[in-house]
Design a binder for this molecule. Structure first.
Ligand code: ACO
Length: 448
């Protein structure tokens, strides 16, 4: 099979959200800290009737319906998530209900978990399967679904929630450049979830930022080396049209792109212009750790990077800025934003993707886009996802109500024997929701 990649996409996110400027004020943070400091506009969260399973069910059902895919045509389904609902039973098995009803139980794949990286692992598994000798000619399906919630404190505004479903197969409008791919994986305690009684992570915010940037450097170096070895010519940022990043919050995305600009200067890439060399050259003598801590370098590189950021990164920031961190779904929601914003002009473009999961695991890979033929065309994908409409139809919560909900969810987490409010007034028709959890922890869902 040729040009294996993403044929179709659907995104789902809860219609419940809170504006970051309101949260900022409520938390007593200084004005602009969440909106400018973190670069976030709004944050999505699950109300008590939604969770990662219901979001996954909604995204998958909607994808199958809107692209008219017979559920029997799915041969592999992989789920990426770091939201633990059960320590043994995979989220994938919950989603099987959709397929069982159509008589299809012959579907490989389970869940992949490592912080925000699980979606990428799931995606690679599906792409690799289609490219392998065990492929049976059917589609792969990837589901990234997460609810990111943090304890009260500085990390709380970096929460978010959402699910992305992606159909995988050959002759895709979003094709993998599988040969160019570089990973960086190591052992770190930057963000982890050792307390199984709590949904909240233990997080060393500053360390997680440095780990993210170090992994980015390492992956970019590796990507360039592989590209150069195979293509026999230098790779630099000028060779890619768009850059999409895992987006815990937008400020980190701004810093990441600036870091890559600096990396090109440090590598002496031939595409770097004189003015960038002049402004960033002096920083190339900084030793590893110093260069991650240097505020002057950060400022100078962000300034040099600004025009290209607006062109190559900004189109892929809409959904993450509006929803917050969706953990495994975050990178793919960012990519969905790019398709939404640039649909008709993406034919022939190369998109660089950077996936990061704390702990830590990271990969940089690239995609080659072509318009494709309906239903698997970029314009149809943009139409199906209907992001503008979904963003507009949300309900904003007051901070008091949001905090109250967080307390209810803390209490419910890991619990049994309860009914939810079954209040679906905010949900669009077709949305799945949690109705109750019985005395044996079994979860029940219904569709609006
Ligand atoms: N106006 C404008 N900017 C402001 C203001 C203000 N009033 N106040 C603060 N800021 C800026 C700060 O200067 C800083 O920006 P900078 O980094 O460019 O200097 C930014 O706002 C954040 O403020 P800090 O005080 O540095 O950080 P804080 O203690 O609030 O924590 C953090 C931020 C670390 C991101 C926290 O929210 C967190 O731990 N989040 C979860 C971890 C995370 O997302 N890590 C990313 C990778 S791992 C992952 O994906 C989970």
């Amino acid at each position: 099979p040729q040009n294996v990649g993403i044929l179709a996409m659907e995104i789902y996110f809860p219609p419940t959200c809170i504006q970051q400027d309101i949260l900022e004020n409520f938390d007593g943070a200084s004005k602009g800290k969440y909106t400018i400091g973190l670069g976030q506009d709004c944050m999505a969260f699950c109300s008590e009737v939604e969770d990662v399973i219901s979001m996954g069910l909604t995204a998958v059902t909607s994808l199958l319906e809107k692209y008219k895919i017979d559920p029997k045509q799915i041969g592999r389904m992989e789920v990426g998530s770091e939201t633990v609902i059960d320590k043994s039973k995979s989220i994938k098995t919950f989603l099987m209900k959709i397929f069982e009803e159509c008589g299809n139980t012959d579907i490989e794949g389970v869940d992949s978990t490592n912080a925000c990286y699980g979606g990428t692992a799931a995606l690679f598994n599906c792409v690799n399967w289609v490219e392998s000798s065990s492929w049976d000619g059917r589609y792969g399906l990837v589901v990234s679904t997460d609810s990111a919630v943090y304890a009260e404190g500085p990390a709380r505004p970096t929460g978010g929630a959402g699910a992305v479903a992606m159909l995988i197969g050959p002759d895709a409008p979003i094709a993998f450049e599988s040969k160019f791919r570089a990973s960086h994986m190591s052992h770190a305690y930057d963000f982890y979830k050792p307390d199984l009684a709590s949904e909240y992570p233990v997080v060393d915010g500053k360390l997680s930022q440095t780990c993210y940037l170090m992994a980015l450097d390492s992956c970019y170096t590796g990507y360039c080396q592989k590209y150069e070895k195979l293509q026999g010519k230098q790779f630099s940022m000028a060779d890619a049209d768009y850059f999409v990043f895992h987006s815990p919050y937008n400020k980190l995305v701004q810093k990441s792109f600036a870091r890559l600009v600096f990396d090109d200067v440090a590598r002496n890439a031939s595409s770097v212009d004189e003015s960038a060399k002049e402004k960033l050259g002096p920083f190339t003598s900084l030793k590893g750790d110093e260069s991650y801590q240097s505020r002057d370098l950060e400022k100078a590189s962000q300034q040099v990077a600004k025009p290209d950021y607006d062109k190559k990164v900004q189109p892929g920031t809409l959904v993450p800025k509006q929803l917050g961190n969706m953990y495994t779904a975050s990178l793919y929601a960012a990519f969905a934003s790019l398709i939404h914003n640039k649909t008709s002009s993406l034919d022939g473009k190369r998109v660089m993707m950077f996936s990061y999961g704390s702990g830590l695991t990271a990969t940089m890979f690239s995609l080659h886009l072509t318009e494709g033929k309906a239903p698997f065309s970029l314009s149809n994908i943009a139409k199906v996802m209907n992001i503008e409409h979904k963003l507009k139809s949300r309900t904003e919560f007051e901070p008091e109500k949001f905090v109250e909900l967080m307390h209810v969810m803390e209490h419910r987490y890991g619990g049994k024997d309860y009914e939810t409010s079954k209040d679906t007034s905010h949900l669009a028709p077709g949305t799945y929701y949690l109705t109750h959890v019985d005395s044996k922890y079994r979860r029940y869902y219904a569709k609006k």
